[in-house]
Design a protein around this ligand. Structure first.
Ligand SMILES: C[S@@+](CC[C@H](N)C(=O)[O-])C[C@H]1O[C@@H](n2cnc3c(N)ncnc32)[C@H](O)[C@@H]1O
Length: 273
């Protein structure tokens, strides 16, 4: 963000996701949402982005806030006994799905910098009886986890929100065990957005303006030391009609919405330490 400080970005992001955590129903289309202002920019449902109805039905009520842009646990090849870390865990959706896969001998840790999200996720864990899932308050640029202690890092529609993505990948590299892997879903740009959109707070907190050009994003991951960096899946982030609430909030024209829709892709990226 050329004219916005890192602290201003974090404050704006926290404000938006505090609202998402405290809305009484799912943000995208929930009764209290009113607009897209409490979540990521697209109004797609979780079944549109890769979750199965069976997965969603097994979750504790309130865990699916429809804030993701993929289903990283489905692609990560998780095995029993693994330790999984979720960067930006929100209401805990991917932590709970990972927990089913690692089983009672494994462990799942979710990190989020929004206190209200952590409270919500913890309540969801208690409600669903997820004893081996732990939620820690913290920033993904300063991950509160020991060096070389994690088998797999997942993240879903979060790293685009960070003002220091290089630092996030360096921290991810630090906490992974040698041979550990990364499986992240995130929006990336297929072409740069116009300069004047980059400081648009609604587009930033709505998971669009902070997205990096795909090749630069992959280069950041490699620069942190990761190997075998590859895009496992790629699809359109959102159709224009899924961005209508965000467009109103961001004050952008239908023409700009169309440009955004064709410029942003949702990717699932694998990498290994
Ligand atoms: C779009 S939501 C995604 C939540 C969850 N991964 C999901 O798929 O439902 C982004 C989440 O990341 C958190 N977040 C954003 N930036 C963060 C950062 N720098 N450090 C820690 N958490 C962050 C927000 O508080 C929010 O809960």
């Amino acid at each position: 963000m050329p004219h916005t400080t890192n602290d201003e970005v974090r404050t704006a992001v926290r404000d938006r996701y505090r609202k998402a955590a405290t809305a009484s129903q799912s943000c995208c289309g929930g009764a209290d949402s009113g607009s897209a202002s409490c979540g990521c920019g697209s109004s797609q449902k979780s079944t549109d982005i890769g979750y199965t109805a069976i997965e969603l039905a097994a979750l504790p009520e309130g865990a699916d806030l429809a804030l993701g842009c993929g289903n990283p646990t489905a692609l990560a090849g998780i095995t029993a006994g693994e330790t999984v870390l979720d960067l930006g865990s929100g209401g805990g959706i991917d932590c709970f799905l990972a927990s089913k896969r690692v089983g009672p001998t494994g462990k799942v840790i979710g990190i989020d910098m929004t206190a209200e999200m952590i409270s919500k996720a913890r309540a969801n864990a208690v409600r669903g009886g997820y004893d081996s899932v732990e939620f820690r308050l913290g920033e993904i640029e300063n991950i509160p986890v020991a060096d070389s202690s994690v088998d797999l890092i997942i993240s879903n529609c979060v790293i685009n929100l960070s003002p220091d993505k290089g630092r996030v990948f360096a921290e991810a590299f630090r906490v992974l065990k040698p041979g550990g892997r990364l499986m992240i879903s995130d929006p990336v740009l297929l072409k740069p957005l116009p300069e004047d959109l980059k400081d648009n707070v609604a587009l930033l907190t709505g998971c669009i303006a902070g997205a990096m050009v795909k090749e630069e994003y992959l280069a950041e991951i490699r620069n942190a030391g990761f190997e075998n960096v590859r895009v496992e899946r790629e699809s359109q982030y959102a159709k224009p009609e899924h961005l209508s609430s965000l467009a109103v909030e961001a004050g952008i024209s239908a023409e700009t919405v169309a440009l955004v829709a064709e410029s942003v892709a949702s990717v699932a990226i694998f990498a290994r330490k």
